[in-house]
Design a binder for this molecule. Structure first.
Ligand SMILES: [Zn+2]
Length: 247
């Protein structure tokens, strides 16, 4: 059994068949992340429709800060926090033009919510790995996953030493920096995901693509895929406090 711990399900049209396909290949649960007021609302609806299979996370993505109703989104996140297993996708991205002070301000607010409500964070930290880590650590966050980690090794070591997780995507099949991170992180600190519908090598991913992530991790770590599945699924259950139901 596998868990796709980071999926943008709001971007799919034919969700029922997409999720049936995932079930058939052994995906036992999907953590659906939101990025904005609009996508959080969609994710909540999807979570209601596919209860006990899709688990919502509510977020404020750094890419959406200038176009989104950020205040309205914060209000929604607090109102619906009981329906969320995590806060995400949130974070910092210093490779985009969005003002860094604004990014940091919003990120600190969601980090506060994580601490206040005891919800894990699903963090995007591209180009801002150490800045994101420092904020999370200094604000006393206990549970977090640095999703699709491709940052430097010293920050990765600090992430792991702090008890946080990193997650692997299908890019672990070919992306040098991501492969390095997957190699370094012990299975006890690793989650699997797809970040679907991201296109990997020309193919649009969906939650069933987490099988490819598992195979890539298995080959990087020279560990049987069953063991990768068992350990990473156990991590996901523990971090997000989800129950898995037979497929
Ligand atoms: Zn994402």
């Amino acid at each position: 059994m596998l868990v796709d711990t980071h999926a943008h399900l709001d971007e799919f049209e034919n969700l029922k068949s997409i999720l049936d396909k995932a079930r058939k290949v052994g995906v036992a649960a999907v953590i659906a992340v939101g990025s904005s007021l609009e996508t959080n609302l969609k994710i909540l609806n999807i979570g209601g429709e596919f209860r006990r299979y899709v688990y919502p996370a509510l977020g404020a993505h750094p890419w959406n800060l200038t176009s989104d109703d950020v205040e309205g989104n914060f209000k929604l996140i607090e109102e619906k926090i009981d329906k969320a297993v995590a806060i995400g996708e949130v974070g910092l991205d210093f490779w985009v033009k969005t003002d860094r002070n604004l990014q940091v301000k919003v990120f600190k607010r969601v980090v506060e919510l994580s601490v206040k409500y005891g919800k894990p964070l699903s963090i995007h930290s591209r180009g801002a790995w150490s800045e994101a880590f420092e904020i999370v650590k200094s604000m006393g966050v206990e549970k977090a996953v640095f999703h699709w980690y491709t940052g430097p090794e010293n920050v990765l070591n600090e992430i792991l030493d702090s008890g946080y997780y990193v997650s692997a995507t299908p890019a672990a099949q070919y992306s040098r920096y991501h492969i390095e991170a997957v190699k370094r992180a012990p299975l006890e600190r690793l989650l699997l995901e797809t970040d679907c519908p991201v296109v990997y090598k020309g193919v649009r991913s969906d939650p069933s693509s987490v099988v490819e992530t598992a195979r890539a991790v298995s080959s990087i770590k020279n560990t049987p895929v069953d063991e990768v599945a068992e350990k990473t699924t156990r991590n996901a259950v523990k971090l997000f406090k989800i129950g898995l139901h037979s497929l």
